[in-house]
Design a protein around this ligand. Structure first.
Ligand code: GLP
Length: 244
C-alpha cells in the first residue's frame, strides 16, 4: 500500500488526476473504474482541464462506475448517472457507449447487478479503480457488515450513510434507501486501486481503514490485502494515522 500525503484538497486532487492521467497515457484503451461523491470532483475537474489543453485523450477509454441509487432516473440530478455526465463525461471525448453506471432504473435488482458484473468481465476487468471513502469505511456502497460481499449486489444503506448523503438532497426522506454496488470482490479484482480522502472528518476512518485490522466492519480495510493500492490523502485526513 502506497500512502501519498497531499498538502490540501487541491493538491490531493492533482496527484490523483496525475495517476489517472498516467494510466490513460500508458494504456489509451484502459478500463477506468470510477467513483462519485464530493471527494473526486476536483480530480475530474483537473482531468477535464488537461483534456481541454490537449494533454489527455479519452477516445479509447471505457469506464465502469462503482454504484448507483436504486430507483433514480438518469435525469435525476442525484443519480450517479447524472453526476458522472455532469462532472466528467460531457466535458471529455469518452464515448457514451463506453461508459457504464449500474442501472438504477431497473427495478429487477438481480438482473441489474448481474448485467453490471457481466460488463466488467466483457471489458476484460478494471485497470485502475478510483475510490472514495465513506465516513463509516464503506467503499462503493459496501456498508459495514459481518462479511465481505462479493460481486455487484443490492444493498440497504445504513442510517449513517443516508444521513451523510442527505446533504445532497432537499430532505432526508428523499434519499434512496437502497443502491446497487460493485462488491468487494469486483473491486479487489481491479489491477490497480487509487483511493482518495480529504478533510479532518475522514481522519478517524482513514486510520482505521489503513492501519487497523482487516474487518468487514470497516469495508475499506480489505484494501490492505490488494497488491497495488495507492492512497492519496490530504494532511487533515492523515492527521490520525501513525505516520509522520
Ligand atoms: C457515497 C458513495 C461512495 C463515496 C462516499 C464518500 O456514499 N457511494 O462511493 O465514496 O459517498 O463520499 P464523499 O466523497 O462525498 O465523502
Amino acid at each position: 500500500m502506497k500512502i501519498i500525503k497531499a498538502k490540501d484538497y487541491q493538491d490531493m486532487s492533482r496527484k490523483a488526476a496525475n495517476i489517472i492521467s498516467a494510466q490513460i497515457i500508458m494504456k489509451p484503451d484502459c478500463v477506468l473504474g470510477l467513483a462519485t461523491g464530493s471527494t473526486p470532483i476536483e480530480t475530474y475537474d483537473q482531468l477535464i482541464d488537461w483534456y481541454k489543453k490537449g494533454d489527455l485523450d479519452f477516445s479509447q477509454v471505457s469506464s465502469v462506475n462503482l454504484d448507483e441509487y436504486r430507483g433514480l432516473s438518469h435525469t435525476d440530478p442525484q443519480s450517479y448517472y447524472y453526476f458522472m455526465h455532469e462532472h466528467l463525461f460531457k466535458h471529455v471525448n469518452i464515448r457514451e457507449e463506453a461508459t457504464f453506471v449500474p442501472d438504477g432504473t431497473n427495478p429487477d435488482a438481480e438482473a441489474a447487478c448481474a448485467a453490471h458484473e457481466e460488463i466488467i468481465k466483457k471489458l476484460g476487468g478494471i485497470d485502475l479503480q478510483l475510490l472514495g471513502l465513506g465516513n463509516n469505511g464503506h467503499i462503493g456502497f459496501n456498508e459495514p457488515s459481518e462479511a465481505f460481499e462479493k460481486e455487484t449486489h443490492c444493498v440497504d444503506l445504513t442510517e449513517s450513510t443516508i444521513q451523510a448523503n442527505s446533504r445532497f438532497f432537499d430532505s432526508i426522506d428523499q434519499v434512496p434507501t437502497q443502491a446497487y454496488t460493485m462488491g468487494i470482490k469486483s473491486i479487489m479484482m481491479a489491477k490497480k486501486i487509487l483511493i482518495v480522502a480529504n478533510g479532518e472528518g475522514k481522519a478517524d476512518i482513514v486510520a482505521r481503514a489503513f492501519w487497523g485490522p482487516v474487518t468487514p466492519d470497516v469495508p475499506a480495510s480489505i484494501l490492505q490485502m490488494h497488491p497495488n493500492v495507492t492512497v492519496v490523502c490530504d494532511e487533515a485526513a492523515l492527521s490520525k494515522a501513525p505516520i509522520k
